[in-house]
Design a binder for this molecule. Structure first.
Ligand SMILES: C[S@@+](CC[C@H](N)C(=O)[O-])C[C@H]1O[C@@H](n2cnc3c(N)ncnc32)[C@H](O)[C@@H]1O
Length: 251
């Protein structure tokens, strides 16, 4: 075994051990649940655009995107566009390193606010010509048809769900878009962490404990054996908005 392989194996073992550490999991969730951190995911930007993600998940997405080498990333939920710019910039880096040269990032949002659209379209990464934005509900039948048509020429597809976080909506998104994901790629369901938060954590939202992306992902997995939950991602991250949300397509 060479030194690279030795390090890789040691890391896998360390992550597996960490995943069994109930106290580490409890402390991580306690930190995420701390009332003072409610807006924590709003604190960051990617290349100047606000991104509503935890830094840990941003690094996790870099690892997945480098490993999978997708030629199309579909994301529901654009908001300020930081995540679209992130994924497109990572695909630019993959291309620079000899990966897919023809790639796209497709973002869908029910409400692309004018000032966000303007700033996204003015961004140098957008100007490289690989980002498309569609406005409308991600579960609207016309939108689903448009996305499938857009995806048809691509060979290695990754799907990221980060829009409306109710069970019903996310389950509909999974039904619509998870079939597009290529084998060995991922459908990442963000904000599954809602299930682990206090029951009263989202008083002004339609989602909460028992009605959120984690319940939807669980229900989808139960009838879709072509998908498994990549638990190594949870064990590695501990701090993430997507526990049990990294769904890997295996068949
Ligand atoms: C959490 S934000 C997305 C954050 C973004 N992915 C990021 O990482 O910066 C959720 C977005 O979903 C959008 N949204 C809500 N309902 C939707 C729907 N039915 N279809 C598509 N987008 C929706 C909202 O307009 C909002 O911009």
């Amino acid at each position: 075994m060479n030194m690279h392989e030795k390090f890789r194996m040691e890391r896998i073992e360390g992550i597996a051990e960490q995943g069994k550490d109930e106290e580490a999991r409890r402390l991580s969730q306690a930190w995420i649940s701390h009332p003072g951190l409610h807006q924590y995911s709003y604190n960051f930007s990617w290349m100047g655009r606000p991104i509503i993600q935890y830094p840990q998940d941003i690094v996790a997405m870099q690892e997945l995107i480098f490993t999978v080498q997708p030629d199309l990333i579909i994301e529901t939920g654009i908001a300020h566009g930081g995540s679209l710019i992130l994924y497109a910039s990572l695909l630019e880096l993959n291309a620079m390193c000899g990966g897919q040269q023809n790639f796209s990032v497709l973002g869908i949002d029910i409400d692309i606010r004018a000032h966000n659209r303007e700033a996204i379209e003015a961004h140098p990464i957008f100007q490289r010509g690989h980002i498309t934005m569609l406005e409308g509900s991600s579960i609207d039948a016309d939108m689903v048809a448009k996305v499938h048509k857009f995806a048809a020429p691509y060979k290695r597809i990754m799907v990221l769900l980060d829009s409306n976080h109710t069970h019903e909506h996310v389950f509909s998104e999974l039904t619509a878009y998870a079939p597009l994901v290529s084998v060995d790629s991922y459908c990442v369901v963000f904000d599954t962490v809602i299930e682990n938060m206090a029951a009263d954590a989202y008083p002004d939202r339609p989602w909460g404990k028992g009605n959120n992306p984690m319940t939807a992902a669980g229900a989808y997995l139960a009838s879709h054996p072509e998908y498994v939950c990549d638990e190594m991602m949870d064990s590695k991250l501990l701090i993430s908005v997507a526990p049990k949300g990294f769904l890997k397509r295996i068949a």
